[in-house]
Design a protein around this ligand. Structure first.
Ligand SMILES: NC(=O)NC(NC(N)=O)C(=O)[O-]
Ligand SMILES: [Zn+2]
Ligand SMILES: [Zn+2]
Length: 446
C-alpha cells in the first residue's frame, strides 16, 4: 500500500508539465500516473496547484553555530520550507567556528541534526588557514570547498590568493572535491575601495568599488587554475552576463566549470540599491538593467546552470551605518527566491521545467546528491505545491526568517504562493506553519 497519493496536480518534470498523481512510499516517489487507483494511507488534493521539486538551495548562510542571532538553523530552514525548499547547502562561513576542519564539521552537523527542518549538505572552507585539513574535510563528506577570492568580511575566514587557490585545487582534484569560488578580484576591489571608502561615501561609490571587471578578472583566474589542476569548479553568485559568458566559453573548451546566480541579481538593479540602500547591499553588487537583462538571457539559455539564494542575513543593527562600505553585505532570500522567479521569469522566457532544473535538478546533479531534485520514480518525495493563481504582496508576518524586517522583497507582488512543502513524503510546511517535528538529514555527495 502507498503511504500517500498527491492527487491531480500540474506536475513539473524535466519533460514538461502534466496533470497526474504521485504515489509515495517510504519517502520516495513510487509511481507517477494520470489516475492512480491503488490504496493509500493518505491523500493530498493538489488539483489547481503546480507540483515542483523542492528547491535544492546549495548557497545559504544559516550561521549556526556561533551567529544564531543573525539567522540560525531553525528559523533559516523554516523560511526555506516556506519558500518551497527541501534541501540546503550551508556555507562554511559566518558560523563560528567557520567550517574549516573535522571539528567544525562535527559542531555544525550536531546543530543541524538537532535543529534543521530540511535535508542538508555542509560546505567546507578553503582558506590559507586550513590547507592541511582538506583531506579530513573530504572524509567528513563535505559538499565541496568554498573559497573567497576577495575579503569575506569575516576575519576567521580569510581570502584565498592565487597560491592558496592553486594549492587547494590541486588537493581538491585528487580528493574528488568540487571547489566553489566567490569571484571578485581582491586586488581590484581592494585598490578601488581604498580610494572610495571615505566619510560621506555614497552607494555609487560602493558600486564603483566592485565593477563587473573585478568579477571577470577573478573568474578568469579561477578558470585557468581549474584548467591547470583538473579541479571541478563552481562560480557562485555570478552577477553579470559577461561573467556567465566567460564561464560558458571555458566549459566549451573543456573546463569542468558551472555557474550559479541568485534571484536578487534577477530581481533588483543598481538603481534599486541606490534608492533602497543597506537592505540591498551584497557582493558582488546589483548591476545596471542592461547587465541584468544579459544575465537573464544567460539563465534562460543555460549558460548559468544553477540558482541559489545566497541567503545571508544579519541583525538590523548591522545595516544602519551611514557609510555604505561599513554596512554588512548580504541579502536574505531563502523564502522569496521561488516567488521572485515565478513572478519575473515568464517575461524572460523562463518555463517551469527550466525553473525546476535551475533550482533543483541541476544543483542536485552537479553536486551528486543522489535521489534529490527531481520528480521521478525512485527520487525522494521532496515537493513544493504552488498556487500560481494567488498573486499577493509579501508581508513581514509570513516571513519565517530571524529578522523579517530586513527582507528587501517586502511589499513586492509575487505571482506564486507556496501552499505546502513536503520532505521525503512528509508535510513539513503548510499554510504558513512548519511542522516542528520534522528533522533533516545529512546528505553527502556521491
Ligand atoms: N560573508 C557572507 O555571507 N558573504 C556573502 N555576502 C554577500 N554575497 O553579499 C557572500 O556570499 O559573499
Ligand atoms: Zn560570496
Ligand atoms: Zn554566500
Amino acid at each position: 500500500m502507498l503511504d500517500l497519493i498527491v492527487r491531480g496536480g500540474q506536475v513539473v518534470t524535466p519533460g514538461g508539465v502534466q496533470q497526474c498523481d504521485l504515489g509515495i512510499e517510504d519517502g520516495r516517489i513510487a509511481v507517477i500516473a494520470p489516475e492512480l487507483s491503488q490504496a493509500a494511507r493518505a491523500e493530498q488534493d493538489a488539483r489547481g496547484l503546480y507540483v515542483l521539486p523542492g528547491l535544492v538551495d546549495l548557497h545559504v548562510h544559516f550561521n549556526e553555530p556561533g551567529r544564531t542571532d543573525w539567522e540560525g538553523l531553525r528559523s533559516g530552514t523554516s523560511a526555506l520550507l516556506a519558500g518551497g525548499g527541501t534541501t540546503f547547502g550551508d556555507m562554511p562561513l559566518n558560523s563560528d567556528p567557520p567550517l574549516l576542519d573535522a571539528a567544525g564539521f562535527a559542531a555544525k552537523l550536531q546543530a543541524a541534526q538537532a535543529h534543521a527542518h530540511a535535508d542538508f549538505a555542509l560546505w567546507g572552507g578553503l582558506t590559507p588557514l586550513n590547507l592541511d585539513r582538506l583531506p579530513e574535510l573530504a572524509a567528513c563528506g563535505v559538499l565541496g570547498l568554498k573559497a573567497f577570492m576577495s575579503d569575506s568580511g569575516i576575519p576567521e575566514f580569510p581570502a584565498a590568493n592565487e597560491a592558496t587557490l592553486h594549492a587547494g585545487m590541486v588537493q581538491a582534484a585528487r580528493l574528488g572535491l568540487l571547489v566553489a569560488v566567490h569571484a571578485e578580484s581582491d586586488g581590484l576591489t581592494g585598490r578601488l575601495s581604498a580610494g572610495l571608502n571615505r566619510p560621506g561615501a555614497s552607494w555609487r561609490d560602493y558600486l564603483n568599488s566592485r565593477p563587473v571587471q573585478a568579477e571577470l578578472e577573478a573568474i578568469s583566474l579561477a578558470v585557468s587554475l581549474a584548467r591547470e589542476t583538473g579541479c571541478r569548479l563552481h562560480v557562485v553568485h555570478v552577477s553579470s552576463g559577461a561573467g556567465a559568458a566567460l564561464i560558458a566559453e571555458a566549459r566549451a573548451s573543456g573546463v569542468d566549470v558551472s555557474a550559479e546566480t541568485c534571484p536578487h541579481y534577477l530581481s533588483f538593479t543598481e538603481d534599486d540599491l541606490i534608492r533602497v540602500g543597506a537592505a540591498l547591499k551584497c557582493a558582488p553588487p546589483l548591476r545596471p538593467q542592461q547587465v541584468q537583462d544579459e544575465l537573464w538571457a544567460a539563465v534562460v539559455r543555460g549558460d548559468i546552470q544553477t540558482l541559489g539564494s545566497d541567503h545571508s542575513p544579519c541583525p538590523p543593527g548591522l545595516k544602519t551605518s551611514p557609510n555604505p562600505f561599513e554596512v554588512w553585505g548580504g541579502i536574505p532570500g531563502v523564502q522569496s527566491g521561488l516567488g521572485a522567479l515565478l513572478t519575473h521569469g515568464p517575461a524572460h522566457g523562463l518555463t517551469l521545467p527550466r525553473l525546476a532544473d535551475l533550482t533543483a535538478q541541476a544543483p542536485a546533479r552537479r553536486f551528486r546528491l543522489a535521489g534529490k531534485g527531481e520528480i521521478a520514480v525512485g527520487f525522494d518525495a521532496d515537493l513544493a505545491l504552488v498556487d500560481l493563481a494567488a498573486p499577493h504582496a509579501l508581508q513581514a508576518g509570513e516571513l519565517l526568517q530571524r529578522w523579517p524586517e530586513t527582507n528587501p522583497y517586502l511589499g513586492q507582488r509575487f505571482t506564486g504562493r507556496v501552499v505546502s512543502t513536503w520532505l521525503r513524503g512528509v508535510r513539513a510546511y503548510s499554510d504558513g506553519k512548519v511542522d516542528s517535528q520534522v528533522r533533516g538529514r545529512l546528505i553527502c555527495p556521491g
